[in-house]
Design a protein around this ligand. Structure first.
Ligand code: ZN
Length: 109
């Protein structure tokens, strides 16, 4: 039944994700979000930024650092360097959303 569907805490859309409470000062029930608001949910974004900073820097060191420090910086190297950080950010965000996705009954998978 449609009235049983959980709704996003921020808008009237059907919620697709539920995040457990992580902030003791926040809502003890956690947060329920639609897809649009889940992507920009601050704990997910913050975690993805930290992972991208660590993993991206390691991958940059392995794959691009020698080229950059040798002074052979080209537009292609710049694009590759940016993607080196974007990929772990995207994977982290996707994983967090996948883990916290709601099933039909409104429970997280
Ligand atoms: Zn929403």
């Amino acid at each position: 039944m449609s009235e049983d569907k959980p709704l996003c805490d921020l808008c009237a859309r059907t919620a697709r994700y539920h995040f457990a409470a992580t902030d003791p000062a926040g809502d003890p029930l956690g947060a329920t979000r639609c897809a649009r608001h889940a992507i920009f949910y601050q704990p997910v974004r913050r975690s993805a930024q930290r992972i991208a900073a660590v993993v991206g820097t390691v991958l940059f060191g392995i794959n691009q650092a020698d080229v950059v420090f040798a002074g052979r910086l080209t537009p292609l190297v710049v694009v590759k360097s940016v993607l080196t950080y974007v990929v772990p950010f995207s994977v982290s965000t996707y994983s967090a959303l996948r883990i916290n996705r709601l099933r039909n009954g409104g429970r997280a998978e």
